[in-house]
Ligand binder design. Structure first.
Ligand SMILES: [Zn+2]
Length: 202
């Protein structure tokens, strides 16, 4: 699938073309994005409030810790930082992301599993707009425009349990048996010969 420049520019405001775009967009540094995550965090639903009045970790630490794992593409990043904190009294999670206390992996999951991704979608869109406005996506242009590949994936599937958000499929028109599943289409901006890809909002 290909999409033209004008498609990608659609719905963006206050931009020009070529070099005049550079410098625009809301975010211009990694620090800006970390700050935006910090601003979102206090407004996220916190599943602990009702049952556990004593809250040990701040939501901001949970959000920033989860982000750090994806950002650094290293599943054991946080456990390594916890060890560093114990051994040396400092760690990169604090230095890079400003994390006060590093939560455990189950604590991160427990707190974020109940948070809808919709809280983060405006931020992801604005980061994409900033990348475009500042010319960082220029290297992804091809002779026919920007290339977006769509990958479909299924995350869970069950014949026994489902939730209101599940996709449902009957084995046949007459069948009573229903299969419940969750699926996602993941659009990604790519360019031949470019090792990096840019994940787009679904
Ligand atoms: Zn479901």
């Amino acid at each position: 699938m290909s999409t033209s420049d004008s498609d990608l520019k659609k719905s963006r405001s206050g931009r020009g073309t070529g070099k005049s775009r550079r410098g625009k967009g809301r975010y211009s540094s990694f620090r800006d994005v970390v700050k935006a995550l910090e601003e979102i965090s206090p407004n996220l639903p916190d599943p602990r409030k009702a049952e556990h009045p004593a809250i040990r970790y701040e939501m901001r630490d949970v959000v920033l810790s989860a982000t750090s794992v994806f950002y650094l593409q290293h599943p054991s990043f946080l456990s390594f930082q916890r060890e560093n904190q114990e051994k040396f009294g400092q760690n990169n999670a604090s230095t890079l992301f400003g994390i006060h206390q590093i939560p455990s992996d189950p604590q991160i999951r427990n707190m974020l599993d109940t948070v809808s991704p919709s809280h983060f979608l405006p931020l992801i869109s604005r980061v994409g707009e900033s990348l475009f406005d500042q010319g960082h996506l220029d290297g992804f242009r091809t002779s026919i425009g920007f290339l977006v590949v769509l990958d479909g994936m299924q995350t869970v599937s069950s014949d026994a349990i489902g939730c209101p958000s599940c996709l449902t499929k009957r084995k046949s028109k007459e069948s009573e048996e229903v299969t419940y599943s969750h699926a996602a289409v993941t659009p990604v901006l790519v360019r031949p010969g470019e090792a990096r890809v840019i994940a787009l909002v679904e």
